[in-house]
Design a protein around this ligand. Sequence first.
Ligand code: PLP
Length: 302
Amino acid sequence: MEPANYPIYQTLNHPLLEETGVRLTVKRLDRMHPGLQGNKYYKLRYNIQEAIKQKANTVVTFGGAYSNHIHATAFACKQSGLRSIGVIRGETPLPLNPTLSDAVANGMQLHCLSRSEYREKQSPELLGALERRFGAFFLIPEGGTNALAIQGTREILTEADAAMNVIALPVGTGGTFAGIAATALPGQRVLGFSALKGDFIRKEVAQLMQAQGIRPHCDWEISTDFHFGGYARFNAELIDFLQDMRRQAQLPLDPVYTGKMMFGLWAMIREGCFPKGSRLLVLHTGGLQGVRGFNQRHGLQI
Ligand SMILES: *Cc1c(COP(=O)(O)O)cnc(C)c1O
């Protein structure tokens, strides 16, 4: 995989930040790579390297029809000369949505499963059936989180981020969060915002970190208050917020991950959760590819 461009820091200007004296910088991981937006670049990097090392010629992975992970995996495999198979949850939407049509344009072969079949994604029976059909493959799990992914997400924070007090990011499977928590410095506070409904995520992330031998030196917490009813759910208030962020602060966000994180962080800033002079670093983990399909599907313009 080609090396990425250097990430770009964007300092936000907004009346709320002036009022509260909070400094907010966005690390635009979404701009690192044209086809491999955001955290997926880091999560896939060592997986692709390992697939090549194992002399696999095919990568199989799993995801929904709007998945950033599916989109990025197709691109990464094409770039590395690997065949990619995307196992997609549910019926294929026809015509293909922008996520899947990009994936197909990048050579990904789609294999759609009903929701009940898809639930068996870790079963030896399903994996065996996939192997009989597609031959031997290198497997990357749904969402892309495994030890190699976390090895990659450990590289997101750099020395340039050492002076930040708070690091905020969205949480899906927690693979990115684990890498950030592993590398954040003592005294830094890592604040995750779950895109999924429910408190289970805290335990799951704690278990993930334990399994990976990660014992954070920073303070860490995961907010579960800003899921807006669940994964990919939304309301008018969220859409208004995303439109405002784009207009007032020149910051494009996606409605599934980065938008909900920013909404949550914004609420906390407004409530005075961060003392004057605090330096906040927001990780823009990408997801903008999904905005096209989201707009089409819901007749919105964010
Ligand atoms: C995949 C994704 C996440 C979630 O990352 P995890 O490592 O699964 O927690 C967050 N933001 C965006 C934009 C994503 O595409």
